[in-house]
Design a protein around this ligand. Structure first.
Ligand code: MN
Length: 261
């Protein structure tokens, strides 16, 4: 088995080293990740400038081929699957992200977008995130969970355009209560627009504010599960169609309209 590992925190982040090491028992592991932190870069495809790929010679895990790219996590997966990796790739794992990727975070997340890119190229993919944004977070428990989930082979039965999004609560393994299969919850973003003056008297803007919060009380969501000490597993489908609204629009007769009248 050949496993591709990527992330959005950068190739030298502790989470990706923990994940790459956790994948080693399953076979060959190749790491291709951004050179720098690309968190919240979304599903970016770099089209208007060249991509650079260099060996990540200081990658801390032995037995892993590691590369650093100049661009986004989804670019890393695309270049790997389009031929930078010569051998077939059987599974793409992304993470372990520093901080949660739950609810509407998925639209921002480079970690999850790396997994989106994989399923677009018909490869099974799992995104892993640790619900802990602190500098000294312990990735050990989340790495053990990642090894357990990949070892179970759940990725083999994923339908087309579907990935698995996993969030691990910030607890020692013995205190993690179990696993919950859950839907995306509802995030609240506490962003604030910071406006200051540059040295030349022109205003500049920076989106700051507090970390996102959200509804931890609605049962059956990723926010609820991790808040209560469970690992959350959420199957994510790339079909973003609202089927309910399709039916409403059809019922409203939109398809019988004469264009322009
Ligand atoms: Mn990140």
């Amino acid at each position: 088995m050949h496993i591709l590992v990527s992330n959005d925190d950068g190739v030298y982040a502790p989470g990706i080293a923990a994940l790459a090491e956790a994948m080693l028992p399953f076979g060959q592991v190749t790491v291709i990740a951004p050179r720098e932190n690309r968190s919240a870069i979304g599903h970016r495809k770099t089209m208007h400038k060249p991509l650079r790929i260099d060996p990540a010679s200081s990658f801390p895990i032995k037995g892993v081929a590691a590369f650093a790219t100049s661009e986004s996590p989804s670019d890393c997966v695309a270049v790997a699957l389009l031929g930078f990796i010569k051998e077939p790739v059987d599974l793409v794992v992304s993470g372990i992200n520093r901080g949660a990727n739950m609810g509407q975070d998925l639209t921002y997340s480079g970690t999850v977008s790396a997994a989106f890119e994989a399923v677009i190229w018909h490869k099974p993919a799992i995104a892993f995130s640790l619900v802990d944004f602190s500098e000294d977070a312990d990735y050990g428990p989340a790495a053990a969970i990642a090894r357990q989930i990949v070892g179970l082979g759940l990725y083999r039965n994923l339908p087309p355009l579907t990935l698995l999004n996993v969030n691990v609560p910030p607890l020692p393994l013995a205190q993690i209560k179990g696993f919950k299969i859950v839907r995306q919850g509802l995030r609240t973003y506490n962003d604030a627009l910071i406006s200051r003056m540059d040295p030349y008297g022109r205003p500049y803007y920076w989106i700051g504010g507090e970390a996102p919060s959200g509804d931890m009380t609605e049962e059956g969501t990723d926010l609820w599960a991790t808040h209560n000490g469970y690992v959350s597993l959420t199957p994510i489908h790339l079909d973003m169609t609202s089927y309910a609204l399709m039916r409403d629009l059809q019922a409203a007769g939109v398809e019988h309209l004469v264009p322009g009248q």
